[in-house]
Write a protein that binds this ligand. Structure first.
Ligand code: HEM
Length: 495
């Protein structure tokens, strides 16, 4: 899915003391006046935030921070996990704050998350900063609600159903084998960029099918540009990352337009999501037709959503396996058994093999809980809503905090322990949401898990690895192991 709009500063960047001031000392009187005025404005604005809302409900507890800035600086400079958990301890499962220029209500109870994402989702529309919409394309599925969203979502989902992605297993395996072959002669690997290569190729496969049109060449560097711009300040000035991303987006759009045209000329729509979207436009089949621009925005959006998230998840998986040698040993044993069976039968990995990887599947489930790649999502109240006796005013952002729910000891005992055995029993409803929930839940969850299973099969049976970098987490914007998890790899068998 899309990275959260905020790029969070890593603790490493903020631990340095500020440099000495280059300015001469300021005269004291103007300073006092300035601070007096600031306090005055602060007080006035606070009053307007804390004004008693009309009706019988009051706003949730919490602090709106400073005028304009709210608590944004705190979110950016504290570890975001402690930002949320400290406030949850102080105020409870529903609290207000003010970040990135918006009044927000954060919720960390499964019951309330269900109301926002599932049962009352019509009252909470998806919301993203305009700059993000511009980069991905305003017609992409993430930004919509109602009939256009459901029409698109059905088409996207049908391209990522188990019955559809089953057919991709040999091609995904080929991508894994090609990547791992390059590792044989390359002792030190930076995991995250390698996983991005892998996840990007799988995303391309699922979107364009096995036969890539020549127009698609060069698309990868355009995506890298897009990604940098997405996670940067939205300053549309020459040579800024945002400006370059907007240009890259234009190029991508043009490339896709040509692919669509060529497929139409050939009279065959081809495979993958692009094929499915084009077929749906065939006369008489569907009431709602998609324009070329709508198709292009959604192709760009799905590739964008598919690769960074999955790459981050696999990077965490390698880290957790490395840190828990008993689990790595057990997973390797499970994968060795499957490898023996398939070598005996002289066959490659199959969909059924992946269904028999029970322990590896639980390790993946626990990775997705512990890493909580998307720590939260955003919605906006389309009208005043009452929750637990509090008012969420129309226009306020509402953030279901997936990570806080995943780290609640009420639902996941000893939440800081990496313990895949907890998934021997299904989690309680609405407590486990690595792929979201409701109308906007991730359509790519099965593909992401399949990619992880096939990768683990070949990695554990042909390599050993050692983490060489320092401990720590960075946020860019997803939480990732420090420096993208540098590892030393040792081939133990031929790939
Ligand atoms: C481990 C990998 C992944 C994670 C953790 C993840 C997570 C999520 C989450 C939490 C949402 C819901 C966001 C919300 O409610 O606002 C979402 C939505 C979405 N994801 Fe994923 N995702 C992953 C992989 C993928 C893949 C492989 C695809 C490719 C199809 C994909 C495509 C999408 C799309 C298109 C949406 C938007 C759906 C909508 O708005 O209706 N994701 N994802």
């Amino acid at each position: 899915m899309l990275p959260s709009p905020a790029t969070v500063v890593t603790p490493a960047t903020i631990s340095h003391p500020p440099p000495p001031s280059p300015w001469p000392p300021l005269p004291i009187f103007p300073l006092v006046v300035f601070f007096f005025l600031l306090m005055l404005v602060n007080n006035l604005l606070r009053r307007s935030y804390h004004r008693k809302p009309p009706g019988k409900f009051r706003l949730p507890p919490g602090s709106m921070g400073w005028p304009y800035i709210g608590e944004t600086l705190k979110l950016y400079t504290e570890n975001p996990n402690s930002f949320f958990s400290n406030r949850e301890k102080r105020y409870g499962k529903i609290f207000k704050t003010h970040i990135l220029g918006c009044p927000c209500v954060m919720i960390s109870s499964p019951k309330l998350a269900k109301r926002v994402l599932v049962t009352e989702s019509h009252m909470f529309k998806p919301t993203y900063p305009v700059s993000k919409e511009k980069i991905i394309g305003p017609e992409a599925v993430f930004f919509h609600q109602g009939p256009y969203h459901s029409h698109l979502k059905k088409l996207i989902q049908s391209s990522f159903l188990p019955s559809t992605i089953k057919g991709l297993v040999p091609d995904i395996e080929d991508i894994v084998l090609t990547l791992l072959t390059t590792w044989e002669h390359n002792n030190t690997i930076s995991t995250l960029p390698e996983m991005k290569k892998y996840a990007f190729e799988v995303a391309m496969l699922s979107v364009f099918g096995k036969k890539l049109d020549s127009e698609i060449e060069g698309i990868k560097s355009l995506y890298q540009c897009l990604e940098k711009g997405y996670n940067s300040m939205p300053l549309d000035l020459p040579a800024t990352p945002f400006n370059k991303a907007m240009k890259a987006r234009k190029c991508l759009h043009e490339k896709l337009r040509r692919v669509i045209e060529k497929r139409k000329e050939r009279g065959e729509f081809g495979e993958g999501l692009l094929g499915a979207l084009m077929v749906s436009n065939e006369a008489g089949k569907m009431k709602m037709k998609l324009s070329e621009s709508q198709i292009a925005d959604n192709i760009i959006g799905v590739i964008f959503a598919a690769h960074d998230t999955t790459a981050t998840a696999i990077t965490w998986l390698l880290k957790y396996l490395h840190d828990n040698p008993h689990l790595l040993h057990a997973v390797t044993r499970e994968q060795e058994e499957i490898r023996c069976k398939r070598l005996e039968a002289k066959r490659r990995i199959t969909w059924d093999d992946t269904r028999s990887m029970l322990l590896t599947t639980r390790v993946i489930q626990e990775t997705l809980r512990a890493a909580s790649i998307l720590s939260f999502t955003y919605r906006e109240a389309v009208e005043d809503v009452e929750m637990e006796g509090y008012l969420i005013p129309k226009g306020w952002k509402v953030l279901p905090l997936f990570r806080s729910i995943h780290y609640s000891s009420q639902f996941f005992p000893h939440p800081h322990k990496f313990d895949p055995s907890r998934f021997k029993v299904a989690p309680q409803p609405n407590t486990y949401m690595p792929f979201g929930s409701g109308a906007h839940a991730c359509p790519g969850s099965e593909l992401a898990k399949l990619e992880m299973l096939i990768f683990v099969h070949h990695l554990t049976t042909t390599f050993r690895w050692e983490v060489t970098g320092e401990e720590g987490i960075q946020y860019g914007p997803f939480p990732v192991p420090r420096d993208g998890l540098p590892i030393k790899v040792y081939p133990v068998k031929e790939v």
